[in-house]
Design a protein around this ligand. Structure first.
Ligand code: ZN
Length: 574
């Protein structure tokens, strides 16, 4: 039998991929897109917005550097509905282009060498399928719904309104220059460098984001908005809302400078952007952490909506704000590591509430995350680091909380600081976080990353405790009962659950003469922990004192023990 060479090569490629575990795929950048240039800067000029045809005029000036020996063309992402008028290079010469679907190829007048810089200008008439890249909102005679436009880039939608490299692993600086109708303003990233009103009342605002970030974070909001101004140190903190909402804005958003201050102190990285704007728009799904210019839903709670910690200030504002460090300052290199963005953004609000409202409030916060995670894991079990992982928010928050408890307060924040500063204005993968922890603490936590991030699931403990009055011991039998029933997908990838999780654990035994604790390392399907020096009958036995392990616990014990525990250690989870 004969096989063609290409077929043979294809077979081998699939076979070698199938042999890779989830951890190997992620460590080997399997999900990172390749390209042969380095995007440096884009000037994005937009004008003549038309709500009826969901269109506008665009002109994008791109600067990039060749990353190939002889670069004669570049491949950009550009929505098929963007109608090119002209593409010109240095000196105004027209450049040849080719289109295929949402891809645009620009051919240079002559090839450029590795490391050389090239500029070109793309002029186009932009048409969007409403909601892809840009969303045009018409009032429809509804109240609280002024005419407006907002962009949404994440994951791969910004190229539907401007040609760019639409993947997170190439950072650039940019300008957004928007000419908007009379009565409207434009909010974008970075600082406002000019604002000119023409005779007809139209306004041209130029925003400059002069620190590199990812292209999915380019943002534009066009709407009739008022600015409510606040400040953190010398950084403007602005809230853009409809004029009718101006009285609601400050009571809702006034917490922001204190949150910026807390996050800056915890991470040791002062808020890194020129300003922080929060802009509210209609029909938004929640919030989006566009760099220095977060977009939020226009549901502003009034004074009667604050009871029982409503979602908006409790999680939305602090979540999107923490992305300014985790996601915008350091950005996941690909979407399989997206938990680095979302896990930290979901973890940080609990840290803020712990510092402002205390430990129990923080426990309450993470208990919500725990309940969410358990439901998601029940529906479908996936690792934290995986393409399309379903648990990056709650499990990300819980695993980071666990890492903090394991390392301790100072080593944890030193690790976070290291992670942020080593990858400032750049990209990172899970392995970069592992390296940052190793560099900051000297701790090789290969087992931690493997079981909590690259593998799936959590330990399910069945625990039994027995008191031996003659020996003066409490013997705690710990069984891990989690099952791995996952199957490989069509590419051979299988999300495994560890047979036994490895974690240190503390058992606390309460007695009339005081508490006795024992610390042990769990690493097997069945472990036995003997707590000695128990001179009186136990009044309670706490397994995993301090609740340091993400787990499900079954521990049959006398009601009196539980009552003592509830009285003495009202931990919400144990
Ligand atoms: Zn987020």
């Amino acid at each position: 039998m004969q096989l063609s060479l290409s077929l043979l090569a294809a077979c081998c490629a699939v076979a070698s991929l199938a042999a890779q575990s989830n951890a190997e795929r992620i460590a080997n950048d399997h999900y990172t897109r390749s390209h042969d240039y380095d995007l440096i800067h884009q000037k994005i000029e937009v004008s003549h917005f038309d709500w009826d045809s969901t269109s506008f005029d665009g002109r994008v000036t791109t600067t990039l550097v060749a990353r190939r020996a002889t670069l004669d063309s570049v491949i950009l992402d550009a929505g098929a509905k963007l109608l090119l008028k002209r593409v010109t290079g240095t000196g105004g010469a027209t450049l040849r282009t080719a289109r295929s679907g949402d891809t645009l190829v620009v051919f240079f007048a002559k090839p450029i060498a590795f490391g050389d810089t090239v500029h070109f200008i793309i002029s186009y008439h932009g048409v969007v399928e409403n909601g892809r890249g840009l969303t045009y909102i018409s009032p429809d005679r509804q109240p609280h719904r002024p005419r407006q436009i907002w962009s949404q880039g994440e994951d791969h939608d910004n190229h539907f309104w401007f040609p760019t490299y639409d993947f997170p692993n190439d950072k650039m600086t940019w300008e957004v220059v928007a000419t908007v109708p009379k009565g409207m303003t434009a909010v974008s990233n970075g600082r406002l460098v000019s604002d000119v009103t023409a005779k007809d009342g139209s306004r041209t605002l130029a925003w400059l984001e002069d620190k590199p970030s990812a292209t999915y974070l380019v943002s534009l909001v066009v709407a009739p908005l008022v600015k409510v101004h606040d400040v953190w140190r010398n950084v403007p903190v602005d809230y853009y809302v409809y004029p009718e909402d101006s009285a609601l804005a400050r009571p809702l958003f006034k917490i922001t400078p204190d949150m910026i201050d807390t996050y800056s102190r915890l991470t040791g990285v002062a808020y890194p952007w020129a300003k922080y704007a929060q802009t509210t728009v209609a029909d938004f799904f929640g919030g989006m952490e566009n760099v220095s210019a977060t977009t939020l839903v226009d549901w502003l709670p009034g004074p009667h909506d604050y009871q029982d910690r409503p979602w908006y200030p409790w999680i939305l504002i602090p979540h999107e704000l923490s992305h300014q460090w985790f996601g915008d300052y350091v950005t996941t290199e690909n979407w399989a590591n997206m938990w680095l963005n979302e896990g930290f953004a979901e973890f940080m609000p609990g840290q803020y509430w712990e510092r402002t409202l205390g430990t129990h409030t923080a426990q309450d916060y993470y208990l919500d995350e725990y309940d969410q995670f358990m439901q998601i894991d029940h529906d479908r079990r996936m690792p934290l680091a995986a393409l399309g992982s379903n648990n990056i928010y709650p499990k990300g928050a819980l695993v980071l909380r666990m890492l903090k408890q394991y390392l301790g307060e100072k080593p944890f924040w030193a690790s976070v600081h290291r992670y942020l500063t080593d990858h400032a204005f750049d990209n990172a993968t899970t392995d970069d976080l592992r390296q940052a922890v190793l560099d900051a603490t000297g701790q090789n936590l290969d087992w931690f990353w493997d079981q909590w991030i690259y593998q799936a699931g959590y330990p399910e403990f069945t625990v039994a405790a027995k008191y031996d009055s003659a020996a003066g011991t409490v013997t705690v039998l710990v069984q891990q009962t989690q099952q791995d029933s996952s199957k490989a997908d069509s590419t051979g990838l299988r999300f495994t659950t560890p047979d036994a999780f490895r974690m240190p654990v503390t058992v606390r035994v309460g007695t009339a003469a005081g508490d006795v604790t024992a610390r042990a390392l769990l690493s097997r399907r069945q472990d036995t922990i003997v707590v000695g020096n128990i001179k009186f009958a136990p009044t309670m036995v706490i397994f995993d004192d301090g609740n340091t392990i993400l787990k499900r616990l079954t521990f049959e014990q006398p009601t009196a023990w539980l009552a003592t525990q509830l009285q003495r250690d009202p931990d919400l989870w144990n």
